[in-house]
Design a protein around this ligand. Structure first.
Ligand SMILES: *[C@@H]1O[C@H](CO)[C@@H](O)[C@H](O)[C@H]1NC(C)=O
Ligand SMILES: *[C@@H]1O[C@H](CO)[C@@H](O)[C@H](O)[C@H]1NC(C)=O
Ligand SMILES: *[C@@H]1O[C@H](CO)[C@@H](O)[C@H](O)[C@H]1NC(C)=O
Ligand SMILES: *[C@@H]1O[C@H](CO)[C@@H](O)[C@H](O)[C@H]1NC(C)=O
Ligand SMILES: *[C@@H]1O[C@H](CO)[C@@H](O)[C@H](O)[C@H]1NC(C)=O
Ligand SMILES: *[C@@H]1O[C@H](CO)[C@@H](O)[C@H](O)[C@H]1NC(C)=O
Ligand SMILES: *[C@@H]1O[C@H](CO)[C@@H](O)[C@H](O)[C@H]1NC(C)=O
Length: 294
């Protein structure tokens, strides 16, 4: 007897939908919660309620042709609710994550019924980004491997995965929190397999295909050529300084010699002055040259 009762209760529980219909929808879409009525009968009343507080958001009284929608105190449903006056179905337009939750339908009249809808709203997914792990660039150039990382910024309720062809290599999941995810991958430069990084939530996915030749070479080549360029520049600069120093040294020696040779001459001071001026101008010239090349 009690067994039968339990079974009956279970069936009633299932039929009336204590768990409710699960509805998954993408942010920005519109969703319609159906009453399953083809028409509202005379004398039937329909109430739509939302959330843990059972806030009344829509009311239909067929007898006196009342079709009304209401907002909740924080106005999250402002201009988003639409009632079908034929069936009593409720449409939430341009849904956002704020509108997720349990919606309850109460129909009263000749026969009473209740139905709940558990609405989950998923954000639109960004396309994941594949980049070379730059911290590994310099060391990987010596081996035959390329270090990559696939990432997705500010996501929740998603899984990020690496696929080699159709087979899953690795994955990482995140639930509630809105965070940034990243997943590493090592491939050989000569690898001819197709790799892809997939970001998915329960209702959608976004895929980024890996281009090894492009990503791994932009990682390995430019830093090397840049270093060559910088060292060439440094070497040129160093040579210039050395040349300048040698030049100045030689001029000084020459000047000293000329002072010594003309030491006994009475016109000594008159001769040495232009030499000093000449030396000064030469110094400036060298300096100017140096700054230009830098
Ligand atoms: C419809 O019924 C409600 C209450 O049941 C009442 O408040 C409302 O004034 C009625 N409207 C009309 C147009 O009769
Ligand atoms: C949808 O809602 C978002 C957020 O409230 C708003 O920025 C956007 O303009 C709306 N789009 C449409 C088509 O109403
Ligand atoms: C609604 O659905 C979500 C996702 O499936 C689940 O986590 C949550 O517990 C459900 N809520 C209720 C009240 O059933
Ligand atoms: C880059 O590689 C290093 C060493 O393997 C690792 O510690 C680091 O977390 C990687 N960076 C990213 C963004 O995965
Ligand atoms: C992350 O996402 C939330 C909600 O989706 C948004 O409000 C926030 O501005 C985002 N932050 C960044 C850094 O994109
Ligand atoms: C290179 O990558 C392969 C997998 O693609 C891995 O098995 C191997 O150990 C890596 N070698 C080095 C030196 O990291
Ligand atoms: C991504 O979504 C498409 C349908 O939009 C589906 O065919 C495909 O299997 C999904 N891929 C993954 C890896 O979930």
């Amino acid at each position: 007897m009690s067994h039968d009762l339990a079974l009956f209760c279970l069936c009633w529980w299932c039929l009336t939908g204590v768990f409710g219909d699960s509805v998954s929808v993408m942010e920005g879409d519109s969703v319609t919660l159906y009453t399953d009525l083809t028409e509202i009968h005379e004398g039937e009343d329909i109430l739509w309620k939302y959330g843990a507080e059972n806030s009344l958001i829509a009311k239909i009284k067929k007898k006196n042709q009342t079709f009304l929608t209401f907002d909740v105190p924080d106005e999250r449903f402002r201009d988003r609710l639409k009632l079908d006056d034929q069936t009593g179905s409720l449409t939430i337009m341009n849904i956002t994550t704020e509108h997720a939750g349990v919606y309850r339908l109460d129909i009263s009249g000749a026969k009473e019924s209740t139905k709940t809808f558990n609405v989950s709203v998923y954000a639109r997914l960004p396309v994941p980004v594949i980049s070379s792990n730059s911290s590994q660039c310099s060391s990987s150039s010596s081996s035959s491997n390329c270090s990559l990382v696939c990432s997705a910024v500010n996501v929740s309720h998603v899984t990020l995965s690496w696929y080699k062809g159709n087979s899953l290599l690795s994955s990482i999941s995140v639930s509630d929190l809105s965070i940034s995810l990243s997943l590493p991958l090592e491939v050989e430069y000569q690898d001819k397999n197709t790799y892809s990084c997939v970001l998915n939530n329960p209702i959608s996915n976004q895929t980024q295909h890996l281009d090894i030749t492009h990503l791994c070479h932009t990682c390995a080549v430019p830093p090397d050529s840049l270093i060559v360029f910088i060292s060439a520049g440094a070497a040129a600069g160093f040579l210039l300084i050395v040349t300048a120093v040698i030049g100045i040294f030689c001029i000084c020696r020459k000047h000293k010699n000329s002072v010594q040779t003309h030491g006994k001459n009475k016109t000594d001071s008159a001769l040495s002055k232009p030499t000093t001026r000449k030396l000064k101008s030469k110094k400036e010239h060298v300096y100017e040259n140096f700054t230009k090349t830098r």
